[in-house]
Ligand binder design. Structure first.
Ligand SMILES: [Zn+2]
Length: 128
């Protein structure tokens, strides 16, 4: 286990990423956000099912207990950043990010393969 914080992969919210390892390897999804150092939440990927049992709850002031229905709750679990890679829209495959600067000094990310500029999908287009 590597304990140092790695910030070489500049993955951002809105990026389309491919999962490289784990049970969802090969899946693609859009990054919802960075949740912890080195961990990202990817839409529709690494879903964990939580079985919720029906529960009886006594509400104060009422004689009859209310029943909370049970069911399966699906929630996305964060993935380690090292297990995902940004998908270049031109190459249509996971690529290595190259950090670079534009001529006016702004940071930009380039595809390590085709050298095209990587841009994150607008989060508004992501929302369904
Ligand atoms: Zn590319």
């Amino acid at each position: 286990m590597r304990s140092t914080y790695v910030n070489t992969t500049e993955i951002r919210a809105g990026d389309t990423v491919a999962v490289l390892a784990g049970k969802d390897a090969g899946k693609r999804g859009v990054v919802k956000g960075l949740v912890a150092p080195g961990r990202v939440l990817v839409e529709g990927v690494n879903k964990a099912k939580k079985h919720q049992k029906p529960r009886q709850k006594m509400s104060s002031g009422s004689q009859t207990p209310t029943i909370e229905p049970g069911g399966i709750i699906e929630m996305e679990m964060p993935l380690a950043i090292s297990n995902v890679a940004v998908v270049c829209s031109k190459c249509d495959r996971p690529v290595r990010i190259k950090a670079s600067r534009t001529s006016d000094g702004k940071k930009q990310r380039l595809c390590g393969r085709c050298k095209g500029v990587l841009t994150a999908t607008k989060s508004k287009e992501v929302a369904k």
